[in-house]
Ligand binder design. Structure first.
Ligand SMILES: *Cc1c(COP(=O)(O)O)cnc(C)c1O
Length: 392
C-alpha cells in the first residue's frame, strides 16, 4: 500500500518536473562555494545576509567553544544542564529585541512549532497570514487551535475575519505573521496589525527570521523598522540566517518565557544546540550590535543595486526593499530551465516551484548579502539578464 502510494506520488512529481535534489556544497567564503565535482559557484541563495559565517571573530568563537566545552551539548537543557553561554545569549537577544526575556530552541522551525504548540490549544483562535512560513503552519496544526487564514498582508480581510470569529471565541486569540515573507520578500504591515490586535484583544506573534540583520536602523527587525518596539507580544527569530549559526529563539515577556520553559515540548525533549553553535551566534550578534551599521549599509546598497539592474533590464522583479528578490517565471518548467542554465554559468540561486508557491507562481529567488562585491553583483545581473532573455 505505502510503496504503491510512494511510487505514484514520485511518478507525478517527476512527470511535473518537480523532483527535488540536494547539491552538496562547500563554502569557501560567505558567497562562494564549490560542489563535489569541484565546480565553483557564486551563491545567491543563502540566508547569510550579513556574511558573518566567515567573520574571523565568529569563527574563532565557535572554534574556541568546541575546544573548551566539547563538540556537543549531550542533552536537553533541563536535564543535562546547559551551556553557560546559552543563558547569556538569551539575555542578549532579549535586550536586542527590547523584551524582558528570550528562550532558545534548536531551530527557527522548532521555535514556531514550540511556541504555537506551547501556547495555543483547542478552543483558541489563530489568525494566520496565507503566506506564513511552513513552520508556523505546522505549529498551528499541531496546537489543534482553530486556524483562520487571512489573505496575504490583507488587513481588510484580517479585520473582516476578526469581526466574524472573535465574538463567538471563548479561548485565547493570536495573530501570527512573518515579519519579512520568505518567498515574496515583502514586509508585514505592523502598524495595522498592532491596531487590530489591540482592538480585538489578540496576542501578536511576528516571525523575524528574515528581518533580524535586515530591517531597522540597527537590524533589530520588523518592530524597529516600523518604530513599534514592544508592540508585538512574541517575536520569533532564527540564529541560522543573519546570525550565522543554527538555532532559533522567541523573545517575549518573562511570564510567557517562563511558561514555555516549563511546557514547550520541542524545548524540553530535544538535545540542545552545541557549544559551537551558541558561541557563533553570540559572536555574530556582538558583531551586529557593535559594527552592524557598516554591514547593513552594504546589504542595502547591494540589494538596491541588483533590484534596480534586473528591473531596468525588464525582468519581472517583485518590487520591494528586502534582499529577497523574486523574479517571476510563471511555469515551473521555465524556472527549472533558468536555474539549470545559471548553474552552468556558475550562479547558484533558488528555483522556487510548487508546492512551495502556488502553481503558475514559480520564480527565481535571489538573496543578496553584504558580502557580495560589486564585481560579483555586476556579473550576476548581467548573467541573469542574458539567460532570462535566451529563455523567452
Ligand atoms: C527560515 C525560516 C524559519 C526557520 O528557521 P530555521 O532556523 O531555518 O529552522 C522560520 N520562519 C521563517 C519565516 C523562516 O524564513
Amino acid at each position: 500500500m505505502l510503496r504503491k502510494r510512494i511510487k505514484e506520488e514520485m511518478a507525478a512529481v517527476q512527470e511535473a518536473g518537480l523532483q527535488r535534489q540536494i547539491t552538496d556544497l562547500t563554502f569557501t567564503d560567505a558567497v562562494q562555494a564549490r560542489d563535489r565535482d569541484g565546480k565553483t559557484y557564486l551563491v545567491f541563495s543563502s540566508n547569510n545576509y550579513l556574511g558573518l559565517t566567515f567573520h574571523p571573530e565568529v569563527r574563532a568563537a565557535a572554534a574556541k567553544a568546541v575546544q573548551e566545552a566539547g563538540s556537543g551539548s549531550t542533552g536537553a537543557r533541563l536535564t543535562t544542564g546547559g551551556i553557560a553561554e546559552a543563558t547569556l545569549l538569551e539575555q542578549e537577544l532579549a535586550a536586542f529585541k527590547q523584551t524582558e526575556a528570550a528562550l532558545l530552541f534548536n531551530t527557527g522551525y522548532m521555535t514556531n512549532v514550540g511556541v504555537l504548540y506551547g501556547l495555543a490549544r483547542p478552543g483558541d483562535l489563530i489568525f494566520s497570514d496565507a503566506l506564513n512560513h511552513a513552520s508556523i503552519i505546522d505549529g498551528c496544526r499541531i496546537s489543534k487551535a482553530k486556524v483562520v487564514v487571512y489573505a496575504h498582508n490583507d488587513m481588510e480581510d484580517l479585520e473582516a475575519k476578526l469581526k466574524k470569529y472573535v465574538p463567538e471565541a471563548e479561548g485565547a486569540r493570536f495573530i501570527v505573521t512573518d515579519g519579512v515573507f520568505s518567498m515574496d520578500g515583502d514586509i508585514c504591515k505592523l502598524p495595522e496589525l498592532v491596531r487590530l490586535k489591540e482592538q480585538y484583544h489578540c496576542l501578536l506573534m511576528v516571525d523575524d527570521a528574515h528581518a533580524v540583520g535586515v530591517l531597522g536602523e540597527n537590524g533589530a527587525g520588523t518592530a524597529e523598522y516600523w518604530h513599534l518596539e514592544g508592540k508585538a507580544d512574541l517575536q520569533v527569530g532564527t540564529l541560522s540566517k543573519s546570525l550565522a549559526s543554527v538555532g532559533g529563539y522567541v523573545a517575549a515577556s518573562e511570564e510567557i518565557i517562563r511558561y514555555l520553559r516549563n511546557t514547550s515540548r520541542p524545548f524540553i525533549f530535544s538535545t540542545f544546540l552545541s557549544p559551537g553553535d551558541v558561541a557563533a551566534a553570540r559572536a555574530a550578534l556582538r558583531v551586529l550590535r557593535t559594527e552592524g551599521g557598516r554591514y547593513l549599509r552594504r546589504l542595502r546598497e547591494n540589494t538596491q543595486y541588483i533590484r534596480q539592474a534586473l528591473t531596468e533590464a525588464g525582468l519581472p522583479v517583485l518590487p520591494g526593499e528586502t534582499p529577497i528578490i523574486p523574479v517571476m517565471a510563471g511555469e515551473a518548467a521555465k524556472a527549472t530551465a533558468l536555474d539549470f542554465l545559471l548553474r552552468e554559468q556558475g550562479i547558484l540561486l533558488s528555483a522556487i516551484r510548487p508546492p512551495t508557491v502556488a502553481p503558475g507562481a514559480s520564480r527565481l529567488r535571489l538573496t543578496v548579502t553584504a558580502s557580495h562585491t560589486s564585481e560579483q553583483l555586476t556579473y550576476a545581473a548581467k548573467t541573469v539578464t542574458a539567460v532570462w532573455r535566451s529563455c523567452r
